[in-house]
Design a protein. Structure first.
Length: 390
């Protein structure tokens, strides 16, 4: 694949690339909508993601091309004019990272040519956008000889999404892309950024599947920002009676004791989800460490129910897919990522995986008229330089 991309780079830009980078997408196993509430998340990096081939230029021009968006063609940015431009389509993601690097005081002394290619389904909730952002941050680190830690690179990628793209996301996706480790999920405390890698050992007995609703996320950005605002409102109400910095500072019992001060019912339910999801995440990681995958699966199910009823981000297609998985005997199944369409993650017994998939596919098709796509989860490494071409 990379060889083919090198040829494509030459065709686009007239000479060969000097470096090849990769940053993965992620699937979140549990801990949804806890990351901007100071809670825990438990994502893992995939072996799918975004590749970038680069060659430095001597002027201040950055030329970008994506073979997945050939219709958009080559896009040119000047390093002294990095301002969001809808007409420049997908290239706003990498441009946003460069803009944030500049704001952070990193001198970008010259431009470069870059070709991107990715094998994640776009807009499916597997963090295609975080993967291109983190890929750009890591390539900038090399191209400009910056001395930033991976945490800083990840934070810069998140800031690009917040400030340049306008989605007030938390840090989970970019963090998972930067800190992935093959065979491991990442238990991250989003309050302190302390994390540990937990082995995801299913001993061939169980299999993790991603199922794509093939329903593109609708209004995901505006709904996402609305949910965040509702959580902030709930926090502000709770802070009048208890000294907390984030919703997930509360245990479920503490939350229930104070919940009445959140007058707005929607805000109260959003907060209830965040607090209970944080507790489920810690319980799920403990269950996984004890090799109790049945409990892990039940917590995945409970997570989906809470995202459906309290947080209200599932929608018809994700509910149909997850219901079908439950009917077909999943050990656990839930939506993953921001919701509003996109993907679900399912834990199934390996011996039943083929029959399970066929049954879910059929049930989902007859319920929605759409075909679902399935991917076996392979947990990969985080963002990195793949190759320096000499
Ligand atoms: C999106 C965001 C993340 C996180 C999830 C929900 O993926 O980018 O920061 O909030 O939604 O858990």
């Amino acid at each position: 694949m990379v060889e083919q991309l090198k040829d494509e780079f030459k065709q686009q830009f007239g000479a060969g690339a000097s470096h090849v980078f990769f940053a993965p997408g992620r699937v979140n196993l549990i801990g949804e909508y806890t990351d901007f509430n100071g809670g825990h998340v438990f994502p893992c990096a995939l072996d799918l993601g975004t590749y970038a081939l680069v060659r430095a230029r001597t002027d201040n021009v950055v030329r970008m091309y994506s073979s997945q968006f050939a219709r958009v063609g080559q896009v040119t940015w000047a390093l002294d004019a990095l301002v969001f431009d809808a007409a420049k389509d997908w290239s706003n993601y990498p441009a946003g990272v460069l803009a944030v690097l500049q704001q952070a005081g990193c001198g970008l002394a010259h431009g470069f040519d870059v070709l991107f290619w990715g094998n994640l389904p776009n807009g499916a909730g597997l963090s295609s956008s975080a993967s291109i952002e983190v890929c750009t941050a890591v390539l900038a680190q090399h191209v400009y000889g910056l001395d930033l830690s991976m945490v800083q690179l990840v934070q810069i990628a998140q800031r690009a999404e917040n400030q340049f793209i306008g989605v007030n996301c938390g840090i989970m996706d970019q963090f998972a892309s930067g800190f992935g480790r093959a065979g491991h999920a990442i238990l991250l405390d989003t309050n302190t950024l302390k994390f540990e890698h937990a082995p995801v050992d299913l001993w061939d007995e169980f299999t993790l599947l991603i199922a794509n609703t093939n329903k593109r996320r609708e209004l995901a950005e505006s709904n996402y920002n609305l949910r965040r605002a509702e959580c902030d409102a709930a926090l502000a109400a709770l802070q009048t009676v208890t000294a907390i910095g984030a919703l997930c500072d509360l245990s479920v019992a503490e939350f229930e004791r104070h919940a009445h001060v959140i007058v707005d019912e929607n805000a109260r339910r959003r907060a209830r989800h965040a607090v209970s999801e944080n507790q489920r995440t810690l319980q799920a990681v403990a269950a996984l460490n004890q090799r109790d995958l049945l409990t892990f699966g039940q917590l995945m199910n409970a997570s989906h129910v809470s995202l459906r009823d309290d947080f209200e981000v599932t929608g018809l297609h994700l509910d149909a897919l997850v219901n079908a998985a439950w009917q077909a005997g999943a050990v656990g199944a839930r939506m993953t990522g921001a919701g509003f369409g996109g993907c679900a993650v399912m834990l199934v017994r390996s011996a039943q995986a083929a029959a399970f998939q066929a049954q879910v596919e059929q049930a989902y098709l007859s319920e929605t008229g759409l075909n679902a796509d399935f991917y076996a989860v392979r947990i990969g490494e985080g963002a990195r330089l793949l190759e320096a071409v000499l």
